[in-house]
Design a protein around this ligand. Structure first.
Ligand SMILES: *Cc1c(COP(=O)(O)O)cnc(C)c1O
Length: 388
């Protein structure tokens, strides 16, 4: 018996689970970190005699299992599943839950790739969707149809940092017989735990804060419904877009420092938001930590802190916004988010270009920051010079 068995895992605190859940010392060698099981198949002790249930690495792999158990613990769920990307996780989830003719409500400022998955891929397979302002639960209720099977929520949203009251929308979903899916990528499980607020499934792009070092692309699904967990695992294996062992290992390593990284991301982002609010070249700042943000109170209720993402609009329009992105030096011009290094981007021309002309189009003068964990004074100095 190791001391892991003395205290039930569920009673442990987040920071402890992040380091230990799913990761007992390797029984063979005592290695304190789960090995990268870079293997496709497993020797059977006689036909069907599997050791530990492993037969083929699409179905299950020990490194991935460690990550999946860790993710389930961090979100307070029963089942975690790790995928090759966030979009692979979303695709698996939607093809598990939906058949042609079903309807989905999606938020008006969803992640561009999520929107594209609905508008350009699933629509061809007969899935119907409509857009709601999920910051306003009555807008979600108005968008329901008799065949609404999924309500999709992202909070905070990308790139406008809109906030959805998860518990309020969970009630609407339950009354409608629909599943509530929450994309928790921006908050991470350290800041927000949607399952406890009534969500049925949590989605992550583990590429972002979970991995945290801009060195891996991955995705995850977590649910507390064991039946749904089984169905998702069935489809994960049937469709095959699983996380590879090394990618799973990188996300698992990132998870260990999630809490300390998020604390610094949040502290730095709130200083950045303060600077931007008082800057003459900035016409609007989107950060849920600001008291004037329309979702501030809901965010304060359902989040531990307000996250590391800040968006703002620049006086002078699109060209001025692009100029700010081009002038930044310490903030690296690039897509993605959630890594230790600060990033800057122009959503209209970069991450959200595919939403042009749709209800999800973003303002042309918008700049999005992923505030990293560098020394905050260096970040503030770089933004000041980029704004000119
Ligand atoms: C990046 C992202 C995704 C997609 O994840 P990938 O890992 O890039 O496939 C989904 N949702 C949000 C909020 C994201 O930021």
């Amino acid at each position: 018996m190791t001391d892991e068995h003395i205290q039930p895992q569920a009673s442990r605190n987040f920071e402890t689970l992040a380091i230990h859940a799913g990761q007992e010392a390797d029984p063979l060698t005592g290695a304190v970190v789960p090995p990268i099981y870079q293997v496709s198949t497993y020797k059977q002790d006689g036909v069907g005699g599997l050791r530990g249930g492993y037969e083929y690495s699409r179905s299950a792999n020990p490194t991935r299992t460690a990550l999946e158990e860790n993710l389930a613990a961090l979100e307070g769920g029963r089942r975690g599943l790790a995928f090759a990307s966030g979009l692979a996780a979303e695709d698996c989830l939607l093809r598990t839950l939906l058949v042609p003719g079903d309807h989905v409500v999606i938020p008006s400022d969803a992640y561009g790739g999520t929107f594209r998955l609905f508008a350009k891929v699933l629509e061809r397979w007969g899935v119907e969707w409509s857009v709601a302002d999920s910051a306003d639960p009555s807008s979600v209720r108005d968008a329901l149809r008799p065949r609404t099977k999924v309500i999709w929520v992202e909070t905070p949203t990308n790139p406008l940092l809109g906030i959805t009251d998860i518990a309020a929308v969970a009630e609407i979903a339950r009354a409608a017989g629909a599943r509530l899916v929450v994309d928790n990528t921006f908050a991470s499980p350290y800041l927000q735990q949607p399952l406890a607020l009534g969500a049925d499934v949590v989605v992550h792009s583990t590429t972002k804060y979970m991995g945290g070092h801009s060195d891996v692309v991955g995705g995850a699904l977590i649910t507390s419904d064991p039946g749904l967990g089984e169905e998702l695992a069935y489809h994960q294996n049937a469709m095959g877009a699983v996380a590879g062992p090394f990618d799973a290992w990188l996300v698992l390593r990132g998870a260990k420092t999630l809490a300390v990284r998020m604390d610094r991301h949040c502290a730095n982002a709130s200083r950045v938001a303060e600077l931007l609010v008082s800057h003459p070249k900035v016409t609007q700042v989107y950060y849920p930590g600001l008291p004037e943000h329309p979702g501030h109170e809901v965010a304060a209720k359902q989040m531990r802190a307000f996250g590391g993402m800040v968006s703002f609009r620049v006086a002078g329009g699109e060209e001025a916004a692009v100029e700010v992105c081009n002038r930044a030096r310490l903030f690296t011009l690039g897509e993605s988010l959630g890594g230790v290094e600060s990033l800057i981007e122009h959503p209209g021309r970069m991450t959200h270009a595919s939403t042009a002309g749709s209800a999800l189009e973003v303002p042309a003068d918008l700049v999005r920051l992923s505030v990293g964990i560098e020394a905050v004074d260096d970040l503030l100095a770089d933004l000041s010079q980029a704004l000119g």
